[in-house]
Design a protein around this ligand. Structure first.
Ligand SMILES: [Zn+2]
Length: 67
């Protein structure tokens, strides 16, 4: 079973970014996950271990949109 998680981000200049994670539970092969991003680039991890991103167009830090 594959789980898709999408998180949307926006920068102070209104550019949009997307993080798309696919996680697959495999009974014998272990867990597998892959993350694609568009419009944003990872700059490191925050204190909780989650990736932090900046805008690829203006290099401003992005914030995750409220759901
Ligand atoms: Zn931007």
């Amino acid at each position: 079973m594959t789980t898709h998680t999408r998180r949307y981000f926006s920068c102070p200049n209104g550019h949009q970014g997307l993080e798309h994670t696919r996680e697959t539970d495999q009974p014998y092969g272990g867990d597998w996950s892959m993350t694609d991003v568009s419009g944003i680039v990872e700059t490191g991890k925050d204190a909780r271990g989650y990736p932090m991103y900046k805008c690829i167009r203006c290099s401003q830090p992005v914030k995750e949109n409220e759901q």
